[in-house]
Design a protein around this ligand. Structure first.
Ligand SMILES: [Zn+2]
Length: 261
C-alpha cells in the first residue's frame, strides 16, 4: 500500500510528465474509482485545461487545474499512475485515462479499486471534509506533541490514524516504532518517548525518500528489510514478533522495543 514516500514519488513523477500539457479528453473507465463526482462532471471539468501544479498531503495528491479547481487522487491499496507515450497500451486495470493534446496520456491503474478520484475547490476544503490531520513531514515537533499528548490509544493505531497525522501506513509506522525502540502495543507515551518517536518518523520518511521509496535500498539496520516471519532484529539478533495491533499485522523486536507508557 502506498504510504507517504511512495505518494511523494508519484507526485514527482507527475511533475516530470504531465505538467502544463493541455488535456484533450478524459475517460472514466470504471466509475467505482470516483468519489463525490460523476464521470460526466469530471470529464467536462478537465477537458481543455492543464495541470498547473501538484501537491501532496499525507497519502493524497492534489492536481491544480485552476485556482478553485483541483483533481484529487488517492492511490488506495494498489493504485499507480502511468504516463503513456502515444500508441502505448494502457495498463489492464486502468480506471481513469487522461489524454493530452501531445498524444500522451495518464492512466490511473488500480486492480483492487480502493483508490479514489475526485474534484475539490481547494486541498484545505477536502482535508477538512475528510478530517485529515497534518502531513507527517510538514508537522513540527510541537504540533506532534500537542496531537499525541494525553491520548490513551495504542500507539500503533494512533500512527495509522490519518485524522491525527497523515502519511504513515503499516510499514513506515512499524519502522518508526522500531527505530524509536517502542513496542507498537504501548499506550500513553510520555513527552520523552513522543520526542524520540517524532524524530524516528522524520528520519524514516526522509531515508525512504532518499532511496526513491525503494524498500530494497533501505539501510540494513532498518526493520523493513527483515520484516518477514523468519526475520531477526538487525540490532540484536532477536527473532522478530508479529501480531495484529490496531487491526494490522505489526512486526517488532521483543528485545529492544519496550512497552512504554
Ligand atoms: Zn532488537
Amino acid at each position: 500500500m502506498p504510504e507517504l514516500p511512495e505518494v511523494e514519488m508519484a507526485r514527482m513523477y507527475l511533475q516530470a510528465t504531465i505538467l502544463l500539457q493541455p488535456i484533450r479528453a478524459v475517460a472514466v473507465l470504471d466509475e467505482r474509482i470516483l468519489f463525490g463526482v460523476s464521470a460526466k462532471a469530471l470529464e467536462l471539468s478537465l477537458a481543455g485545461k492543464q495541470f498547473i501544479s501538484i501537491q501532496r498531503h499525507g497519502k493524497r495528491l492534489f492536481l491544480r487545474l485552476q485556482d478553485d479547481l483541483w483533481l484529487t487522487l488517492h492511490l488506495g491499496l494498489t493504485g499507480r499512475l502511468v504516463y503513456l507515450q502515444a500508441q502505448e497500451d494502457e495498463p489492464r486495470h486502468t480506471r481513469l485515462l487522461v489524454s493530452f493534446q501531445n498524444d500522451c496520456s495518464l492512466a490511473f491503474d488500480d486492480p483492487r479499486i480502493f483508490g479514489e478520484v475526485g474534484l475539490t475547490k481547494s486541498p484545505s476544503i477536502l482535508l477538512a471534509e475528510r478530517k485529515i490531520g497534518p502531513d507527517a513531514l510538514q508537522l513540527s515537533l510541537d504540533s506532534f506533541l500537542e496531537i499525541m499528548r494525553g491520548r490513551r490509544g495504542v500507539i500503533k493505531a494512533m500512527l495509522l490514524n490519518q485524522g491525527l497525522v497523515a502519511g504513515l501506513g503499516n510499514l513506515y509506522a512499524d519502522e518508526s516504532l522500531f527505530q524509536a525502540g517502542i513496542c507498537p502495543r504501548s499506550r500513553g507515551l510520555d513527552e520523552k518517548e513522543l520526542v524520540a518517536l517524532f524524530s524516528s518518523i522524520q528520519a524514516v520518511l526522509k531515508t525512504a525518500l532518499s532511496t526513491g521509496a525503494n524498500l530494497a535500498n533501505l539501510p540494513d539496520s532498518y526493520l523493513l528489510p527483515h520484516r518477514h516471519e523468519a526475520g531477526t532484529c538487525p540490532w540484536d539478533g532477536s527473532q522478530l514478533k508479529h501480531e495484529k495491533i490496531g487491526g494490522r499485522t505489526s512486526y517488532y523486536c521483543p528485545k529492544h522495543q519496550k512497552i512504554v507508557g
